[in-house]
Design a protein around this ligand. Structure first.
Ligand code: LAC
Ligand code: ZN
Length: 461
């Protein structure tokens, strides 16, 4: 161990205490990866020090030292990302804010002041106990607030209230220099200059470390229901979505799933998917403040659907059933993960979803492979999975990905609507954006982080 490393460990221990500086590799193992499929997962570097501060002041001191000594810092949350965004790919410090998990409520403003290390699961639970609803649900409840904000998370309930950036009103962040900034606040309107707060949301830990956030909450919704609509035909399922979304009702979410995959997900967590007919299914999540409003939405959907020949409808009305359906849906990725080479996150304008799906089908057919699809059709966002199969090789995989990215782009889409760029999509962003946009982004990075110490090599390479 070099002298510098010893000195750094001493300094960090002075800030957070011996117990919270972890230097043994075996105790760092879960911090060296995220949920990226193994064939795509970047390798973690050697010589890493895991630090767990307890306050914004401690985060500030750590960054001040790191910046002065030009030591790389990798902020991590719940490590549930899918693009290697939090993997510590260079020697340096892994900064976990998991001990910073305090939640306060401002009931008069319907907002919560939440520390970055709070998990999604506990935030949903504690908010519920306080009489509030936090609708966003990006799958894994082990995700942390800081990570949800820095990746602008989405998930299955992102239509009615939007994605994470729509919930964030204020941020406390620490710049790579150690300076602490408070951006936004509890204001519902704020036009005071460039919106740095929104720039930071989705910046994947490359600009600053988020330590605390002011988050908008909604009143607890007493009326909700989850519809499962099975179809015998993929195209009909997809075509009906646009019509539903234009009908004047706003569902919490509309998901597309396939029976074969969702059955495996259910089995994975010892549950049973309630609808066993129709290989192509829509999951429609509804909520309302009155019974009548819910009934209206349900009737509207029931009016539209017959045109698309669904096999039947299934309506889950008890909270228990709804929770079980959400849990099974949230397990889709995990249940497939060991077979996945890569999970794409293609996003197109919703009127082009069908074009995207038929292009994926063509690519699958041409290459004699299976490309399972599911995802957030209500957001125009589909996950296409490239699986480990006997007839795949690296060259073929690259060709398939290139083809699919091109299709999305030709339809006015982007390579990612949800998972972000992280480490593994840095070539994709260059193809998706103009040189000028990339230049402006690199200048923004330089201004926030002149020594490039914070999550280097992510988003921009
Ligand atoms: C999902 C994750 C993989 O939609 O984004 O389940
Ligand atoms: Zn998703």
């Amino acid at each position: 161990m070099s002298q510098n490393r010893e000195k750094l460990i001493d300094l960090l221990e002075d800030i957070v205490g011996n117990k919270w500086v972890i230097i043994e590799r075996e105790f760092q193992s879960s911090y060296l990866k995220d949920e990226t499929p193994l064939p795509m997962l970047p390798s973690a570097a050697n010589d890493l020090i895991l630090v767990k501060p307890f306050s914004t002041k401690q985060v500030s001191k750590i960054l001040e030292i790191a910046n002065k000594e030009k030591i790389t810092v990798f902020p991590v949350g719940g490590r549930t990302g899918l693009v290697g965004g939090s993997v510590p790919t260079e020697s340096g410090i892994i900064l976990s804010l998991e001990r910073m998990n305090n939640i306060e409520f401002d009931k008069e403003n319907s907002m919560a002041i939440v520390e970055a290390g709070t998990t999604l699961g506990s935030f949903i639970e504690v908010s519920k106990r306080a009489g509030f609803f936090f609708p966003l649900h990006p799958g894994d409840e082990g995700a942390q607030i800081g990570g949800l904000i820095s990746t602008n998370a989405g998930g299955v309930r992102a239509i009615k209230y939007g994605v994470m950036r729509n919930y964030v009103y204020g941020l406390e962040v620490v710049l790579p220099t150690g300076e602490i900034l408070n951006l936004g606040g509890k204001l519902l309107k704020n036009n005071t200059g460039y919106n740095l707060m929104q720039l930071i949301i989705g910046s994947e830990g490359t600009l600053c470390v988020i330590t605390r956030a002011v988050i908008k909450l909604y009143p607890e919704c007493r009326y909700s229901s989850t519809m499962i609509v099975p179809f015998g035909n993929r195209y009909n399922a997809i075509l009906s979505v646009n019509k539903i979304l234009r009908s004047g009702i706003i569902p919490l979410g509309v998901e597309y799933i396939e029976l074969r995959d969702i059955n495996k997900a259910a089995k994975h967590i010892n549950e049973r998917w309630p609808v066993q007919e129709g290989n192509f299914q829509l999951l429609i999540l509804l909520n309302a403040t009155t019974d009548n409003e819910l009934l209206f939405a349900y009737e509207k959907i029931s009016e539209i659907l017959p045109e698309y020949n669904p096999n039947d409808y299934f309506l889950a009305e008890t909270n228990k059933e709804e929770e079980m359906i959400l849990r099974i849906r949230s397990s889709l990725y995990t249940s497939m993960k060991s077979r996945i080479i890569d999970i794409l996150d293609l996003t197109v304008p919703s009127n082009h979803l069908l074009d995207l799906i038929s292009a994926v089908e063509k690519t699958a057919f041409k290459n004699h492979i299976d490309l399972p699809i599911y995802g957030h059709v209500g957001d125009g966002n589909l996950h296409v999975h490239i699986l480990k199969e006997e007839n795949t090789n690296q060259k073929k995989i690259e060709k398939i990905k290139k083809e699919l990215y091109k299709v999305a782009s030709n339809l006015g889409g982007v390579p990612t609507g949800e998972h972000g760029i992280g480490k593994i999509r840095t070539e994709e962003i260059k193809k998706a954006l103009s040189e000028k946009e990339m230049y402006l982004m690199s200048k923004i990075k330089e201004n926030f982080d002149p020594n490039n110490i914070l999550n280097p090599g992510k988003i921009l390479s």
